[in-house]
Design a protein around this ligand. Sequence first.
Ligand SMILES: *Cc1c(COP(=O)(O)O)cnc(C)c1O
Length: 232
Amino acid sequence: MTTIHDNLQSVHQRIASACAASRRKVSEVTLLAVSKTFGPDAVREASQCKQLAFGENYIQEAVEKIALLSELPLQWHCIGPIQTNKSRLVATHFDWAHTIDRLKLAQRLSEQRPSHLKPLQVCIQVNIDGSATKAGVAPDEVLPLARELMTLSGITLRGLMTIPEPAPGLAAQKAVHLRTRALFDELRAAGLPLDTLSMGMTADLEAAIAAGSTMVRVGTAIFGKRATAKAR
Ligand SMILES: *Cc1c(COP(=O)(O)O)cnc(C)c1O
């Protein structure tokens, strides 16, 4: 009990300090606990500390966990890549999807979202630092995609999500996050009603909050180090 409890407390403390440093309200930043590779017991433990929003990367693993924990009032966020043939699982089991990177995927989620559920809340994943290997939409393709997403039923576009390459130190991290923030401000100025900037992880949440993040996705600092090279 104590470890996850204590870890959550120190993450909340980090968020509070970062908010204070940039004169933001703590209530502007949501903590998403990234529970990938950890079992249902870890999630249950976090939920007993009032953590109710969880992020998962691997869809099959997540769907099993979600089923095992269905008695709890949890909110599930898909933060991993979504292969087209997995879209129905995402549309059926998740509350949010942060990794929309193509219109085709959004269209499928829109069609597959069960009508008795609230619309799936979505973010466009932006490849903000142009890394060749990374998923995400190029910055100049975000506005046209966002406009298309606004026309779809069953999904609600909330904002942008990024996973920048690790950068050394607060200033370098913040510089990258500020580019996402600038793009977010542009989209809002163009009339898109966005309210979510999903950026910042264990290593860079302070920089992300300084740049305007509204949702930090934290795994390691809450649940500990993940086993590497887990077969799936
Ligand atoms: C794993 C993961 C995180 C959490 O990373 P930590 O460094 O463990 O906090 C956040 N976002 C995404 C997309 C991830 O895949």
